[in-house]
Ligand binder design. Structure first.
Ligand SMILES: Nc1ncnc2c1ncn2[C@@H]1O[C@H](COP(=O)(O)OP(=O)(O)OP(=O)(O)O)[C@@H](O)[C@H]1O
Length: 300
Protein backbone atom coordinates (compact mmCIF):
# COMPACT_ATOMS: atom_id res chain seq x y z
CA UNK A 1 0.00 0.00 0.00
CA UNK A 2 1.33 3.43 -0.93
CA UNK A 3 0.54 6.36 1.34
CA UNK A 4 1.75 8.82 -1.29
CA UNK A 5 1.57 8.36 -5.06
CA UNK A 6 2.87 11.01 -7.41
CA UNK A 7 2.65 10.67 -11.16
CA UNK A 8 3.65 12.99 -13.95
CA UNK A 9 4.28 15.93 -11.63
CA UNK A 10 5.39 19.15 -13.33
CA UNK A 11 6.09 22.58 -11.92
CA UNK A 12 7.72 25.65 -13.40
CA UNK A 13 8.45 29.06 -11.90
CA UNK A 14 8.04 31.27 -14.95
CA UNK A 15 10.38 29.84 -17.55
CA UNK A 16 12.38 27.84 -14.98
CA UNK A 17 11.26 24.21 -14.79
CA UNK A 18 11.64 23.01 -11.18
CA UNK A 19 10.00 19.57 -11.57
CA UNK A 20 9.74 17.59 -14.77
CA UNK A 21 7.53 14.51 -15.03
CA UNK A 22 8.19 13.21 -11.55
CA UNK A 23 6.75 9.84 -10.50
CA UNK A 24 7.15 8.66 -6.91
CA UNK A 25 5.62 5.91 -4.83
CA UNK A 26 6.07 6.09 -1.07
CA UNK A 27 5.22 2.84 0.72
CA UNK A 28 3.29 3.05 3.97
CA UNK A 29 5.50 2.61 7.03
CA UNK A 30 8.76 3.27 5.19
CA UNK A 31 11.44 5.93 5.55
CA UNK A 32 11.79 7.46 2.11
CA UNK A 33 14.85 9.58 1.35
CA UNK A 34 14.30 12.44 -1.08
CA UNK A 35 17.76 13.41 -2.25
CA UNK A 36 19.31 15.79 -4.69
CA UNK A 37 21.80 18.63 -4.93
CA UNK A 38 20.92 22.24 -4.07
CA UNK A 39 18.25 23.58 -6.36
CA UNK A 40 17.21 20.13 -7.64
CA UNK A 41 13.52 20.64 -6.87
CA UNK A 42 13.02 18.78 -3.57
CA UNK A 43 11.49 21.65 -1.61
CA UNK A 44 9.22 22.45 -4.53
CA UNK A 45 7.93 18.87 -4.49
CA UNK A 46 7.47 18.90 -0.72
CA UNK A 47 5.63 22.23 -0.85
CA UNK A 48 3.29 20.89 -3.51
CA UNK A 49 2.48 17.82 -1.38
CA UNK A 50 1.83 20.16 1.57
CA UNK A 51 -0.43 22.29 -0.65
CA UNK A 52 1.64 25.41 0.01
CA UNK A 53 2.13 25.90 -3.73
CA UNK A 54 0.19 24.53 -6.70
CA UNK A 55 1.44 22.02 -9.24
CA UNK A 56 1.19 22.76 -12.96
CA UNK A 57 0.17 19.21 -13.83
CA UNK A 58 0.28 15.68 -12.51
CA UNK A 59 -1.60 13.55 -10.02
CA UNK A 60 -0.96 13.28 -6.28
CA UNK A 61 -2.78 10.75 -4.14
CA UNK A 62 -2.72 10.28 -0.39
CA UNK A 63 -3.90 6.81 0.66
CA UNK A 64 -5.34 6.40 -2.79
CA UNK A 65 -7.38 9.64 -2.67
CA UNK A 66 -6.60 12.71 -4.77
CA UNK A 67 -4.79 15.25 -2.59
CA UNK A 68 -7.23 17.65 -0.88
CA UNK A 69 -7.11 20.33 1.84
CA UNK A 70 -8.28 17.83 4.47
CA UNK A 71 -5.09 15.81 4.01
CA UNK A 72 -3.11 18.59 5.68
CA UNK A 73 -4.15 17.03 8.99
CA UNK A 74 -2.63 13.68 8.10
CA UNK A 75 0.71 15.24 7.15
CA UNK A 76 3.36 16.64 9.49
CA UNK A 77 5.82 18.98 7.81
CA UNK A 78 9.10 20.15 9.28
CA UNK A 79 10.24 22.83 6.85
CA UNK A 80 13.90 23.67 6.35
CA UNK A 81 13.19 27.24 7.34
CA UNK A 82 11.75 26.86 10.77
CA UNK A 83 8.71 28.91 11.67
CA UNK A 84 8.22 29.40 15.40
CA UNK A 85 6.90 32.60 16.99
CA UNK A 86 9.91 33.96 18.84
CA UNK A 87 7.99 35.94 21.43
CA UNK A 88 5.65 33.11 22.45
CA UNK A 89 6.28 30.63 25.28
CA UNK A 90 7.13 27.06 24.31
CA UNK A 91 4.06 25.36 25.77
CA UNK A 92 1.70 28.11 24.60
CA UNK A 93 3.08 27.80 21.10
CA UNK A 94 2.83 24.02 21.00
CA UNK A 95 -0.74 24.26 22.28
CA UNK A 96 -1.55 26.69 19.47
CA UNK A 97 -0.09 24.41 16.78
CA UNK A 98 -1.67 21.28 18.23
CA UNK A 99 -5.14 22.85 18.30
CA UNK A 100 -4.61 24.14 14.78
CA UNK A 101 -4.01 20.52 13.76
CA UNK A 102 -7.34 19.50 15.30
CA UNK A 103 -6.41 18.30 18.81
CA UNK A 104 -8.60 19.17 21.79
CA UNK A 105 -6.99 21.39 24.43
CA UNK A 106 -6.93 18.54 26.93
CA UNK A 107 -5.36 16.02 24.55
CA UNK A 108 -2.90 18.63 23.29
CA UNK A 109 -1.75 19.50 26.83
CA UNK A 110 -1.24 15.85 27.66
CA UNK A 111 0.81 15.17 24.54
CA UNK A 112 2.86 18.36 24.90
CA UNK A 113 3.76 17.41 28.47
CA UNK A 114 4.93 13.98 27.46
CA UNK A 115 6.94 15.22 24.45
CA UNK A 116 8.65 17.97 26.48
CA UNK A 117 9.73 15.39 29.04
CA UNK A 118 10.85 12.99 26.34
CA UNK A 119 13.05 15.60 24.68
CA UNK A 120 14.43 17.01 27.97
CA UNK A 121 12.66 20.35 27.58
CA UNK A 122 10.56 20.26 30.75
CA UNK A 123 12.30 23.18 32.41
CA UNK A 124 11.97 25.31 29.26
CA UNK A 125 8.23 25.01 28.78
CA UNK A 126 7.47 28.56 30.03
CA UNK A 127 10.39 30.22 28.26
CA UNK A 128 9.97 32.23 25.11
CA UNK A 129 11.43 30.72 21.94
CA UNK A 130 13.88 33.63 21.65
CA UNK A 131 15.45 32.47 24.94
CA UNK A 132 16.14 28.98 23.58
CA UNK A 133 19.28 27.79 21.87
CA UNK A 134 18.98 26.86 18.20
CA UNK A 135 18.96 23.14 19.02
CA UNK A 136 16.25 23.54 21.67
CA UNK A 137 14.10 25.55 19.27
CA UNK A 138 14.59 22.79 16.71
CA UNK A 139 13.29 20.26 19.20
CA UNK A 140 10.22 22.44 19.84
CA UNK A 141 9.64 22.64 16.09
CA UNK A 142 9.98 18.86 15.87
CA UNK A 143 7.31 18.44 18.56
CA UNK A 144 5.04 20.89 16.71
CA UNK A 145 5.44 18.70 13.60
CA UNK A 146 4.60 15.38 15.22
CA UNK A 147 2.14 16.41 17.95
CA UNK A 148 -0.98 15.47 15.94
CA UNK A 149 0.49 12.03 15.15
CA UNK A 150 0.40 12.43 11.38
CA UNK A 151 0.43 9.32 9.22
CA UNK A 152 2.90 10.97 6.87
CA UNK A 153 5.82 12.98 8.18
CA UNK A 154 7.90 15.13 5.85
CA UNK A 155 11.19 16.22 7.39
CA UNK A 156 13.39 18.70 5.56
CA UNK A 157 16.92 18.64 7.02
CA UNK A 158 15.71 17.51 10.47
CA UNK A 159 19.26 17.26 11.88
CA UNK A 160 20.53 20.71 10.97
CA UNK A 161 21.51 22.72 14.04
CA UNK A 162 21.73 19.71 16.36
CA UNK A 163 24.83 18.63 18.23
CA UNK A 164 25.65 14.89 17.84
CA UNK A 165 23.84 13.94 21.07
CA UNK A 166 20.62 15.71 20.11
CA UNK A 167 20.90 14.49 16.51
CA UNK A 168 21.00 10.96 17.91
CA UNK A 169 17.92 11.70 20.07
CA UNK A 170 16.00 12.95 17.02
CA UNK A 171 17.20 10.02 14.92
CA UNK A 172 15.86 7.61 17.55
CA UNK A 173 12.55 9.50 17.70
CA UNK A 174 12.25 9.22 13.92
CA UNK A 175 12.88 5.47 14.14
CA UNK A 176 10.35 5.13 16.98
CA UNK A 177 7.74 6.96 14.87
CA UNK A 178 8.52 4.65 11.95
CA UNK A 179 8.18 1.62 14.22
CA UNK A 180 4.76 2.89 15.24
CA UNK A 181 3.65 2.93 11.61
CA UNK A 182 4.38 6.54 10.59
CA UNK A 183 5.66 6.97 7.06
CA UNK A 184 8.57 9.39 6.84
CA UNK A 185 9.90 11.36 3.89
CA UNK A 186 13.36 12.59 4.74
CA UNK A 187 15.04 15.25 2.68
CA UNK A 188 18.63 15.75 3.69
CA UNK A 189 22.13 16.30 2.42
CA UNK A 190 23.54 14.18 5.25
CA UNK A 191 24.21 10.94 3.50
CA UNK A 192 25.16 9.03 6.64
CA UNK A 193 21.62 9.62 8.00
CA UNK A 194 20.18 8.42 4.72
CA UNK A 195 22.14 5.20 5.02
CA UNK A 196 21.09 4.76 8.64
CA UNK A 197 17.42 5.60 8.31
CA UNK A 198 16.08 5.18 4.80
CA UNK A 199 14.54 2.07 3.30
CA UNK A 200 14.06 3.64 -0.08
CA UNK A 201 15.49 6.67 -1.87
CA UNK A 202 14.69 8.79 -4.86
CA UNK A 203 17.18 11.26 -6.25
CA UNK A 204 16.26 14.38 -8.17
CA UNK A 205 18.75 16.35 -10.23
CA UNK A 206 17.97 19.40 -12.33
CA UNK A 207 14.22 18.84 -11.96
CA UNK A 208 14.24 15.18 -13.10
CA UNK A 209 14.21 11.97 -11.11
CA UNK A 210 17.48 10.17 -11.81
CA UNK A 211 17.38 7.32 -9.30
CA UNK A 212 14.65 5.45 -7.44
CA UNK A 213 14.90 2.22 -5.47
CA UNK A 214 15.55 0.52 -2.15
CA UNK A 215 18.81 1.53 -0.48
CA UNK A 216 19.88 -2.11 -0.42
CA UNK A 217 19.14 -2.62 -4.13
CA UNK A 218 20.82 0.61 -5.20
CA UNK A 219 23.98 -0.22 -3.26
CA UNK A 220 23.93 -3.77 -4.62
CA UNK A 221 23.62 -2.53 -8.19
CA UNK A 222 26.52 -0.14 -7.64
CA UNK A 223 28.92 -2.90 -6.57
CA UNK A 224 32.03 -2.91 -8.69
CA UNK A 225 33.61 -6.18 -7.55
CA UNK A 226 36.36 -4.40 -5.68
CA UNK A 227 37.78 -5.99 -2.53
CA UNK A 228 40.25 -4.88 0.08
CA UNK A 229 42.50 -7.45 1.70
CA UNK A 230 45.11 -7.01 4.41
CA UNK A 231 47.60 -9.79 5.12
CA UNK A 232 50.62 -10.30 7.28
CA UNK A 233 52.92 -12.22 4.91
CA UNK A 234 54.71 -15.39 6.03
CA UNK A 235 57.69 -14.41 3.92
CA UNK A 236 58.23 -10.81 2.83
CA UNK A 237 59.96 -12.06 -0.32
CA UNK A 238 57.06 -14.24 -1.46
CA UNK A 239 54.01 -12.07 -2.02
CA UNK A 240 50.74 -12.33 -3.97
CA UNK A 241 50.97 -10.75 -7.40
CA UNK A 242 48.45 -7.98 -7.19
CA UNK A 243 49.12 -4.36 -8.10
CA UNK A 244 49.81 -1.50 -5.69
CA UNK A 245 50.42 -3.27 -2.38
CA UNK A 246 50.55 -0.76 0.48
CA UNK A 247 52.78 -1.71 3.39
CA UNK A 248 51.74 -0.67 6.87
CA UNK A 249 54.15 -1.89 9.55
CA UNK A 250 54.37 -5.64 8.90
CA UNK A 251 51.07 -5.96 7.01
CA UNK A 252 50.18 -5.26 3.37
CA UNK A 253 46.93 -3.85 2.05
CA UNK A 254 45.77 -4.88 -1.42
CA UNK A 255 42.90 -3.46 -3.46
CA UNK A 256 41.71 -6.19 -5.75
CA UNK A 257 39.40 -6.23 -8.71
CA UNK A 258 37.79 -9.65 -8.51
CA UNK A 259 36.53 -9.55 -12.09
CA UNK A 260 34.98 -12.91 -12.94
CA UNK A 261 36.74 -14.54 -9.97
CA UNK A 262 35.37 -16.22 -6.92
CA UNK A 263 35.51 -14.69 -3.41
CA UNK A 264 36.41 -17.95 -1.65
CA UNK A 265 39.25 -18.62 -4.06
CA UNK A 266 40.51 -15.07 -3.56
CA UNK A 267 40.60 -15.51 0.23
CA UNK A 268 42.30 -18.90 -0.11
CA UNK A 269 44.85 -17.39 -2.46
CA UNK A 270 45.78 -14.73 0.09
CA UNK A 271 45.80 -17.29 2.92
CA UNK A 272 48.55 -19.15 1.07
CA UNK A 273 50.80 -16.07 1.37
CA UNK A 274 50.05 -14.93 4.89
CA UNK A 275 47.64 -14.41 7.72
CA UNK A 276 44.50 -12.59 6.51
CA UNK A 277 43.88 -9.69 8.89
CA UNK A 278 41.06 -8.03 7.02
CA UNK A 279 38.84 -8.79 4.03
CA UNK A 280 36.01 -6.59 2.79
CA UNK A 281 34.01 -5.87 -0.29
CA UNK A 282 34.10 -2.21 -1.26
CA UNK A 283 30.45 -1.30 -1.72
CA UNK A 284 29.98 2.39 -2.49
CA UNK A 285 28.14 4.41 0.13
CA UNK A 286 24.97 6.30 -0.77
CA UNK A 287 27.09 9.48 -0.58
CA UNK A 288 29.53 8.11 -3.15
CA UNK A 289 26.68 6.94 -5.38
CA UNK A 290 25.08 10.40 -5.09
CA UNK A 291 28.30 12.18 -6.14
CA UNK A 292 28.86 9.76 -9.01
CA UNK A 293 25.32 10.18 -10.34
CA UNK A 294 25.62 13.96 -10.28
CA UNK A 295 29.06 13.81 -11.93
CA UNK A 296 27.68 11.50 -14.62
CA UNK A 297 25.40 14.40 -15.47
CA UNK A 298 22.13 12.50 -15.13
CA UNK A 299 19.14 14.80 -15.48
CA UNK A 300 20.77 17.02 -18.08
N1 LIG B 1 9.42 30.82 -5.57
C1 LIG B 1 10.32 30.58 -6.53
N2 LIG B 1 10.40 31.37 -7.62
C2 LIG B 1 11.28 31.11 -8.59
N3 LIG B 1 12.13 30.07 -8.61
C3 LIG B 1 12.09 29.25 -7.55
C4 LIG B 1 11.20 29.44 -6.45
N4 LIG B 1 11.39 28.44 -5.56
C5 LIG B 1 12.37 27.68 -6.07
N5 LIG B 1 12.80 28.14 -7.26
C6 LIG B 1 13.82 27.54 -8.13
O1 LIG B 1 13.44 26.20 -8.41
C7 LIG B 1 14.57 25.34 -8.34
C8 LIG B 1 14.30 24.25 -7.33
O2 LIG B 1 14.32 24.82 -6.03
P1 LIG B 1 14.03 23.97 -4.72
O3 LIG B 1 13.97 24.93 -3.58
O4 LIG B 1 12.85 23.11 -4.94
O5 LIG B 1 15.36 23.07 -4.64
P2 LIG B 1 15.87 22.10 -3.50
O6 LIG B 1 16.14 20.79 -4.17
O7 LIG B 1 14.95 22.07 -2.35
O8 LIG B 1 17.25 22.78 -3.09
P3 LIG B 1 18.04 22.85 -1.65
O9 LIG B 1 18.70 21.51 -1.46
O10 LIG B 1 19.06 23.91 -1.90
O11 LIG B 1 17.06 23.19 -0.59
C9 LIG B 1 15.77 26.22 -8.02
O12 LIG B 1 16.44 26.52 -9.22
C10 LIG B 1 15.15 27.46 -7.42
O13 LIG B 1 15.94 28.60 -7.70
Amino acid sequence: MYILEISGLNKAYGSHVALRDIDLLVAEGSVFGLLGPNGAGKTTLIRIVNQIIDKDSGVIRINGEPLRKVHVHSIGYLPEERGLYKGMAVDEQLLYFAQLKGLTRKEAKYRIGSWLTRLNLDSWRNKKVQELSKGMAQKVQFIATVIHEPKLLILDEPFSGFDPVNAEIIKNEILALRNNGTTIILSTHRMESVELLCDHIAMINKSRKILDGSVRQIRKESRSNQYRVRIKPYDENVLPEFPTPVWEDDTILYSVDLGEGNVNQLIQHFMAFGEVYHFEELVPSIGEIFIQKIKDGHGE
